[in-house]
Ligand binder design. Sequence first.
Ligand SMILES: [Fe+2]
Ligand SMILES: [Fe+2]
Length: 454
Amino acid sequence: MNIKIGKRQLELKNVLIGALFFLITAFVFYLYSISFSLLALMFILFVYLNFFRRTDNLPSLLDLSILAVIAILIPVITTQFQVSGYGIAAIGLAILITLLFENLELSFVYSLFISFLAGEVSDRSYSVAISLLISSILASLLSFRVRRRFQVIQAGFLAGIAQFLIAYIIEAKSSFVFFSALDLRLLWICLGAGFLSSIIVLGVLPIFESIFKVLTNISLLELSDFSHPLMRRLILEAPGTYQHSLVMANLSEAAAESIGANSLLVRVGAYYHDIGKLVKPHYFVENLVNYKDVHKNLKPSMSKLIILNHVKDGVELAKKHHLNPQIINFIKQHHGKSLVYYFYHRAKEVDPSQKHEEEYKYLGPKPQSKETAIVSLADSVEAISRTVSEPNPARIEEMVRKVVRKRFIEGELDESNLTLKDLEKITQSFIRMLNATFHTRVNYPKDDSRRNKD
Ligand SMILES: [Fe+2]
Ligand SMILES: [Fe+2]
């Protein structure tokens, strides 16, 4: 059962789970005699995030609740070990949330919560709260959209130093004795909360990626270097598909950048979208050996089955290799519910009474995000661009617009959240990229005086 509150459609089950988490939180607060005004603050922020500030990369209510529990457990557990309040890893939590969801607002809200909670459990120390808050906000900013592990550790280290400096200043060390033994202890604690926690975050990141079913830039970058066994197999066993995926990745990445979508995710999604072709690579046009048409002696219904199955086979291969569900979405959705035209028409040629169009359609689902929609469009555009004879800018533009329009009219983009404005930007980006690719092959008119200059 769904209920609609503010801008968000919610499943009743998830609302109940969220409420249960809050009851548990309230109980923990009661046990540790933590002020309930803090719980009220968190509740208000939680409601704000959930119902009035819906953005694309906001986690589900359940995920937000899990994060809230983590934000409570960090200070509670840390104080059990008699560590000073400055040792509470607010920086670690801020980095974790920023890396997982690439949403600064979300990370700021949780930073605010954990910092004040840390202050509360440290004998209501406002210097703990303020230093943790500023340093964790800094950590979020420094780790936003980073792609390398080193940058994460650097963010943790710098935020740890900032935490120390703020704590040092607030605690009014006016004794002019710099770096006494006590201050040195404070420095180590702050570095532990920043530097050490960032290393721990990197270590536990894969666990959280699978819990929240997201992929961070760091994992995406690892997936994009062709060292993955599936990529190596693609290069050797289906070189045509590999080339197709490579060109598509470039087209998709530029298009994603033009509308502010996740370009790295799109690139990696494009690399893996057709891995299902590894099962029968030579049945796909780009991998034909010596241009021998293996479908010639097959019934259209058989050919159709092989073509349609590359999606199902791809999902199975991806699951076998433990690829993240976000990558599997690209495999599932890149053909949406489109029709395998070629074999459908061949089937109609063989048997004009053939009316079962549905049997010749992919099972879908249609692209569910801007990213999967871009890859789906780039897939069609790349495949058709190879068939354009004597490409020139006018022909390329006509071809791209025709492909995009067709997908749009067929309703393939209905569930993708793409706006018409996005679609125009994506179209223009495809045209630009293809013009650059075909530049060397472009035929200029014979009387073009610039011919030799270009
Ligand atoms: Fe495909
Ligand atoms: Fe493809």
